[in-house]
Design a protein around this ligand. Structure first.
Ligand code: CTP
Length: 410
């Protein structure tokens, strides 16, 4: 077992430090994998800020980075490289559904601290001074063995609905199932979502993104199906175009999947949900949120382009090709889902995929130059016009393409 820095300092101060939550859960699930030694979260049964300051006074290996006395937290740097996040044990309360928790009392016993947490499997703790003994006051080990996600207390989804998405994520990531009473808690929450709940909020977006960005797996597909079955889009705050509501959008998604089943992937469903969530942001907020969530370049392109997609006004093959060809497929799907005339939009996208997408020109810019056209804008214009002609079926192969250009040049 690895040795945790700060252990000696805590011992000499007579203070107990713990690892709690995700790190312990993951370690117990996979004990052969060493505990990760980056950004270590240490829970102090007492005043973590005071303890952090004392440690820095005693040892020059530690440096204080930040302290937040109101929240009882402090950030320490060890040896110039390892960040240690110290948090005081605490109790919390929620002012309303989905509001941020308020700290009630700092420095409570560990057994009280764990009661503010979400699922039993996230309440497990290890004392830094005895990493061989698991501290389990809420039945976390039994649920870990039974591979079960169980809400710690009733009303927890109501306090923090982002926990619903966390439960989806943990089930998908770990291959666990929800306990029956956790299902009941969800149904109770969904039938009585308080009128004051407006949906959304940073935690919902972050947790949805964390779920959607899990690698594709049958567990994740199951989670996505569950998301749709339970209409969990109700948790989101998305400023959709006027006249379009989530339930309608969900029906449209089912139709779109069916019509485009030959091209559909589960990743596509994730990307579409992600893009729809981004509709709650302004352009600048969307760019900032993409960065904050750590979206990849292609995900960022998809969520941003989804916002600017416009269907061509006329059913012209050239215009259809241009509208769709420059769009990532997921963005085009979002554009179709939100179209005023959804049926027509689906037909257009299906037509593009089946008949237009694969059409390419055999003629190149060099071929056009070889016909005596000087380099310049005209070459691009001719290629574009030629593509339109080919999309309409007016030319079929290179000989006809070149003949078409020659006729245009007359
Ligand atoms: N937690 C909670 N309710 C939330 C978010 C977090 O009770 N809405 C608690 C859980 O006990 C969790 C801990 O805070 O274990 C740390 O949260 P986070 O880092 O988000 O989750 P992890 O469980 O560490 O998950 P992961 O390993 O995926 O980071």
């Amino acid at each position: 077992m690895m040795r945790i820095p700060v252990l000696d300092e805590l011992k000499s101060l007579g203070v107990e430090g713990y690892l709690v939550g995700g790190v312990v859960r993951d370690f117990l699930l996979n004990p052969s994998q060493p505990l990760e030694l980056t950004d270590l979260d240490i829970t102090i049964a007492g005043d973590a800020v005071a303890v952090a300051l004392q440690i820095v006074e005693r040892s020059d290996k530690f440096q204080i980075l930040e302290t937040y006395p109101n929240f009882g937290t402090a950030k320490l740097l060890y040896n110039g490289t390892l960040v240690l996040d110290f948090a005081s044990t605490r109790t919390e309360s929620y002012a309303g559904c989905g509001s941020l928790p308020q700290v009630e009392q700092l420095g409570v016993p560990l057994s009280q601290d764990v009661l503010r947490r979400d699922f039993t499997i996230n309440t497990l703790a290890l004392s830094l001074s005895n990493l061989d003994t698991v501290i389990d006051t809420c039945g976390g080990q039994a649920d870990l063995s039974a591979r079960t996600i169980r809400l710690l207390k009733p009303g927890s989804f109501l306090e923090d609905p982002s926990r619903i998405l966390r439960a989806l994520r943990f089930a998908a990531r770990l291959g666990f199932v929800w306990a029956e009473d956790t299902h009941d808690q969800l149904d109770a929450f969904l039938t009585a979502i308080p009128a004051s709940y407006r949906g959304g909020g940073e935690r919902i977006k972050t947790e949805l993104y964390r779920f959607l960005s899990l690698p594709e797996s049958s567990h994740k597909v199951h989670g996505l199906q569950f998301f749709e079955e339970k209409s969990l889009y109700r948790l989101l705050d998305t400023r959709l175009p006027p006249g379009i509501r989530w339930p309608e959008l969900s029906n449209r998604l089912t139709i779109l999947k069916d019509r485009l089943s030959a091209y559909w992937t589960d990743e596509l469903t994730s990307l579409i949900y992600l893009s729809l969530v981004f509709f709650s942001f302004s352009e600048a907020q969307a760019v900032a949120a993409a960065k904050q969530l750590g979206l990849t370049r292609s995900e960022t392109e998809i969520v941003l382009k989804s916002r600017e997609f416009a269907l061509p006004e006329q059913a012209d093959p050239g215009l259809i090709y241009e509208a769709f060809m420059l769009m990532p497929f997921a963005s085009a799907c979002v554009g179709v889902l939100l179209a005023a005339d959804f049926k027509k939009a689906v037909d257009t996208l299906s037509y593009f995929k089946a008949n237009l997408e694969g059409i390419t020109l055999e003629t190149t810019g060099d071929d056009i130059l070889a016909l005596g056209i000087p380099p310049g804008e005209k070459v691009g214009q001719l290629l574009k016009a030629l593509r339109h002609a080919k999309l309409k079926g007016e030319v079929r192969h290179k000989i006809e393409e070149l003949a078409w250009i020659q006729k245009e040049m007359l």
